[in-house]
Design a protein around this ligand. Structure first.
Ligand code: 5RP
Length: 232
């Protein structure tokens, strides 16, 4: 199977966890989009769900395909969030934000009783950090924030590179009007310590490590579908 077919297979398997009447957080990225297409078919067959999209891009797709939407202001507590990831470690800690939606993704996942992460098996890693960590920052004071982020990594013993994400020659802007610094500092030995250090920097809005948030990973690979529950 191609990687796209594996993404669709994971999305299809995750759909089995969606029950009639659920309020759903709906992720961003190609795997989440495969899920939206399959969910739309179920809605067409009469399933009742209400979705909260994690990005404008996902909102547009849901509207196009007829998946009913609401917001966290109207429905602040969701039953289930289904989203993709850039990396999944054995404890189901995730790297997210490759698509730039990490802040809304984290807000929606946090508002959900359960988070299921869907992916092809290439996303499984022994430890986070092979994929550059997206760090969402306020444009105000960008250079000062960049120095503090570099300092936080250095103080924790990492060395590497921090790059402002650029698209079509301009700084990439998130749905919230923020910028993204992609941090390539290799293997993250202690995600919680790095998370705390990044959160202590005022210009950092959020980072793409999702620590202890996913309860289940639905992963498609050459051997079929695996459902990996969070330990503990
Ligand atoms: C977007 C994300 C995506 O879930 C992540 O980048 C995975 O994307 P894809 O399913 O296209 O591989 O975090 O911000």
């Amino acid at each position: 199977m191609s990687q796209d077919e594996l993404k669709t297979a994971a999305a299809r398997a995750a759909l089995a966890h969606v029950e009639d009447g659920m309020k759903l957080g709906i992720g961003t990225g190609s795997t989440a989009e495969a899920f939206v297409h399959l969910l739309a078919e179920k809605v067409g067959d009469g399933m009742r769900v209400l979705g909260v999209p994690t990005s404008e891009r996902t909102a547009r797709l849901c509207l196009e395909l007829g998946v009913p939407l609401t917001s966290l202001n109207e429905e602040p507590e969701l039953d289930l969030c289904i989203d993709g990831a850039d990396e999944i470690d054995p404890a189901l800690n995730l790297t997210k934000g490759g698509g730039g939606a990490l802040l809304r993704e984290k807000i929606v996942a946090y508002a959900s009783a359960k988070m299921i992460v869907i992916a092809d098996e290439s996303k499984l890693v022994d430890s986070l950090g092979g994929f550059a960590l997206p760090i969402e920052v306020n444009p105000f004071g960008l250079e000062a924030t960049r120095l503090h982020v570099q300092g936080a990594y250095r103080d924790l013993g990492y060395s590497g590179e921090l790059r402002l994400r650029v698209r079509s020659g301009e700084a990439f802007e998130t749905d919230g009007g923020h910028y993204i610094l992609d941090a390539s500092f290799g293997h993250i030995s202690n995600p919680k310590a790095l998370s705390d250090a990044l959160h202590a920097i005022p210009g950092v809005v959020e980072h793409g490590m999702f620590i202890g948030m996913a309860s289940l990973a639905v992963v498609a690979g050459s051997g079929g579908i695996r459902e990996l529950p969070a330990r503990g």
